[in-house]
Design a protein around this ligand. Sequence first.
Ligand SMILES: NC(=O)c1ccc[n+]([C@@H]2O[C@H](COP(=O)([O-])OP(=O)(O)OC[C@H]3O[C@@H](n4cnc5c(N)ncnc54)[C@H](O)[C@@H]3O)[C@@H](O)[C@H]2O)c1
Ligand SMILES: O=C(O)C[C@H](O)C(=O)O
Length: 329
Amino acid sequence: MTRTPVNVTVTGAAGQIGYALLFRIASGHLLGADVPVKLRLLEIPQGLKAAEGTAMELDDCAFPLLRGIEITDDPNVAFDGSNVALLVGARPRTKGMERGDLLEANGGIFKPQGKAINDHAADDIKVLVVGNPANTNALIAQAAAPDVPAERFTAMTRLDHNRAISQLAKKTGVAVSEIRRLTIWGNHSATQYPDIFHAEVAGKNAAEVVNDEQWLADTFIPTVAKRGAAIIEARGASSAASAANAAIDHVHTWVNGTAEGDWTSMGIPSDGSYGVLEGLISSFPVTCKDGKYEIVQGLDVNDFSRSRIDASVQELVEERDAVRGLGLL
Ligand SMILES: NC(=O)c1ccc[n+]([C@@H]2O[C@H](COP(=O)([O-])OP(=O)(O)OC[C@H]3O[C@@H](n4cnc5c(N)ncnc54)[C@H](O)[C@@H]3O)[C@@H](O)[C@H]2O)c1
Ligand SMILES: O=C(O)C[C@H](O)C(=O)O
């Protein structure tokens, strides 16, 4: 049977994440090896030429699943009929910019994009925000899209999740495939909390296998939380291929489901679970099935975890209040 192509919109398509992302979407890694896609690339006018160059290369790959590429600087065109939207393009912090300036500049991007999604996207639209500050940008876009169910707006913490899996696998000497049920809580920022208390290492409780609270507090958590900065320091540019890979993982899991007995981490609108203020876009442990996600309920949160989750949520409250003060919500 011939399937109808899925419309996938990518913003910031000419950027470094875009370059690492588009070829994998077109080759079937985002949605599945049997799902044809049409790409809509959104760029600012200065980015259009480079996006055209990337589109030429996509053509040159002759991907059987790629059924079309449209390039535009108009969000209303980019999100028209969109089924999946990856919001990657964002305003990076530049010299002399205060946090408030950054939030305001990004508000100028994510508010109109949210409105364009509201007005033009397909009914089943799923949105992943990658551009930083990802959680709060997702909140801005969601607020501008009152007709779209709030839970369709998500923020990426899958890179943090994958980073944490990799660090834990190294520490315990197992393959990454032996790690399950790890959780990233809170914001995609240095306050995030990678939680191993419910994680499993080859079927055993990870915290018990590690049995080293000092390593957890002084090595594991800061290594994961500050990995983005470490990559920038080493590469002279922020993570790109690993970020694109995490975006692929996030959407693939959302659409195709989590493995039996496992879960993943997604930044999603809080329903108040685990004391996280309702409405904030915060990272939780989630299972996915049939294109929907659910927060894993009933986990014990010990004092060590509680204080760290609360600190990250407090940062999200401050970011929300700042953008609210700027009239963006
Ligand atoms: N959530 C995460 O885990 C994570 C990880 C890595 C990077 N990031 C963030 O992802 C974002 C993109 O990173 P990058 O390395 O690709 O940056 P980049 O600067 O290489 O590319 C960004 C692209 O976005 C475009 N752009 C800017 N404003 C736009 C708009 N209004 N509409 C459409 N396109 C627009 C720019 O022209 C540029 O081509 C950054 O904000 C970065 O901090 C997030
Ligand atoms: O772009 C950044 O500031 C870092 C990025 O969010 C990352 O986690 O690698």
